[in-house]
Design a binder for this molecule. Structure first.
Ligand code: FBP
Length: 558
């Protein structure tokens, strides 16, 4: 056997590369941009307008097919484009890039695409590569961000914008597409404003990316990556459910990624029907303390034990603790302490704890002291460059299961519980972010990228690429651009009030939550698990093109 003979790609990868993503009919040819009314930001209008004098109030753009005689997408003018992948990985990033590539090439074959390496840092440090057809073809419909890499550097300072401008000018770049979440698209808006104020002819276009699903609003129906990541987590949860239902001896506590919002947990609950799922937004609305959540889970465990079922599945959103008002106050104060003391991380671990205890106000100090030391320590880890707590590093699943165990012990002593409670922990997060995109994400991402190319051609800047009516077949999707300032409000970040894109949290009045809330008591009592199985890439459209339950219900599904 030739030991040196090894495969470069799996059979699935090879077959998947040949998949042609579906493009909305509107984008299959020449387009005209129809302008809507002037827009307003979702909050703090006066402040946002003052901070973005040149890009505030822009009209929404909707593309229509240009059916006039001789209309063509081709233009004789050539231009170059830069692209940045920013923040956490999300399935479909490579398809956004291939969409941009095909879009600009449809406009003029001589247009060129440059990828800045390892996120916004690549723009500032002038690390880039030209993305040629061979490279694009190698990554079509593949997961990951490894074509150019990603990073979390925050683009916020004029020095960074000026450094970026040097390389933009050197490469003759007319527009930069920033593919990122709410923070990265906030940066895109700031950058667009900066260049416009300086009268520099560089356009900035954002693309909505994040598995968390919290970058959405009336105009951006979902961020890409959510569909694939939740399908993959649901497959894994389904497998754990089946194992659980086979052995009937463990309670599985599964933490799911998703940062602050609980969209991922809710979607996975709708797909898999676990015995319990915590929704952070509900915890906040009901002003629940950690002990209230623990007591409720213990109630379900005890009720199942009465039926002889000493097993079950609990889903926990990674951002849960931020939703508990008392914990939120503690985290906010810790954020400010850490922001004001940049050398904090250089202290020895014991000194760090001491430092924090000396700086917290009395109520927060008391709260901090009652937390298990590992969790307390995890709360003081470095923030990300946007000032966010690194929630993925906090072991909420262990914290909750430990506390539920203690509560059950107490109930046992009071004669209110007589079961067995063996627990296991899981965290599903990173394994979902680089999966090969589902057909939905492959199509959606390609359309977002292709549409970004059309926005550039239309001269737009400070806009987010928007593809709408996503519950319909891809051919009927609507394409256009939404001014990023329209999604912004002022929030407290890193000890200051900053303009940021408003995060979308789970709407407790929305249909996805209502469907869940109406079923959860039944799922708690009866074992009603659903095993969704793996993402299907080939087969009936009905199976392969399924959208998420969240999108389905949000768009009127019954
Ligand atoms: P984005 O918001 O940048 O898309 O990142 C999402 C996310 O996957 C969160 O769900 C998670 O908390 C975080 O990234 C983890 O960040 P890191 O990759 O830096 O560990």
């Amino acid at each position: 056997m030739d030991v040196l003979k090894f495969k470069k790609k799996s059979i699935l990868q090879q077959l998947r590369a040949a998949y042609q993503p579906k493009l909305p009919e509107t984008l299959k040819g020449a387009v005209v941009a129809v302008k809507g009314e002037a827009t307003q930001s979702v909050g703090n209008q006066a402040e946002i307008k003052a901070l973005f004098p040149c890009t505030y109030g822009l009209p929404e753009l909707t593309f229509k097919r240009d059916t006039s005689a001789g209309a063509s997408v081709h233009s004789d003018t050539t231009f170059n484009v830069g692209v940045i992948l920013s923040g956490g990985q999300a399935p479909g990033g490579h398809n956004v890039i291939s969409g941009i590539f095909d879009g600009i090439k449809a406009i003029n074959e001589n247009n060129r695409l440059f990828g800045f390496l390892m996120g916004p840092e690549g723009l500032i440090e002038h690390n880039y590569m030209e993305i040629t057809r061979d490279i694009v073809d190698d990554y079509r419909n593949c997961g990951g961000f490894d074509m150019i890499g990603s990073g979390r550097t925050k683009l916020e300072k004029p020095e960074q914008f000026e450094k970026g401008l040097e390389i933009i000018n050197e490469l003759g770049i007319r527009a930069v597409v920033i593919i990122g979440g709410d923070d990265s698209n906030t940066n895109a808006a700031v950058l667009a404003e900066y260049y416009k104020q300086k009268n520099v002819p560089v356009q900035i276009i954002g693309c909505p990316k994040t598995i968390d699903g919290d970058l959405k609003n009336e105009k951006i129906e979902i961020s890409f990556g959510f569909d694939t990541a939740t399908k993959l987590y649901s497959e894994l949860i389904g497998n754990v459910e089946r194992d659980c239902n086979s052995a009937k001896k463990y309670w599985h506590f599964i933490k799911l990624m998703g940062r602050s919002a609980s969209h991922i947990a809710l979607e996975c609950a709708l797909q898999t029907q676990p015995n319990y799922c915590v929704i952070g937004e509900e915890v906040a609305a009901k002003n629940m303390y950690l002990d209230d959540v623990v007591t409720d889970i213990a109630r379900v465990v005890a009720a199942r034990a009465e039926q002889g079922k000493n097993y079950g599945i609990v889903l926990i959103p990674e951002g849960l603790i931020e939703f508990m008002p008392a914990m939120k106050m503690l985290i906010d104060e810790l954020n400010d302490i850490l922001a004001a003391n940049p050398d904090f991380s250089k202290l020895h671990l014991d000194e760090q704890r001491e430092f924090v205890l000396n700086h917290l106000t009395p109520n927060n100090k008391a709260r901090f002291e009652t937390l298990p030391p590992t969790v307390a320590r995890q709360l003081t880890l470095d923030r990300d460059p946007h000032g966010n707590v690194q929630l993925s590093l906090i072991e909420t699943e262990k914290l909750l299961s430990e506390m539920v165990g203690k509560k059950l012990q107490q109930m046992k002593e009071e004669g209110k519980y007589n079961g067995k409670f063996k627990r296991l922990h899981h965290f599903f997060g990173y394994e979902g972010r680089c999966a090969d995109p589902s057909n939905f994400d492959a199509d959606y991402c390609y359309a977002l990228g292709y549409n970004a190319a059309m926005l550039i051609n239309a001269g737009a800047t400070g806009y987010m690429s928007s593809i709408r009516h996503l519950a319909k077949p891809a051919a009927e999707w609507e394409a256009g651009g939404i001014p990023i300032t329209m999604m912004m409000n002022m929030e407290h970040r890193n000890g200051e009030q900053k303009p940021v894109i408003k995060k979308a949290l789970v709407d407790l009045e929305g249909k996805p939550f209502k469907v869940f809330a109406n079923s959860r008591e039944l799922w708690a009592r009866e074992t009603s698990y659903i095993y969704p199985g793996p993402i299907q890439y080939f087969g009936d459209d009905e199976m392969c093109d399924q959208t998420s339950c969240t999108l389905y219900y949000e768009q009127g599904g019954e």
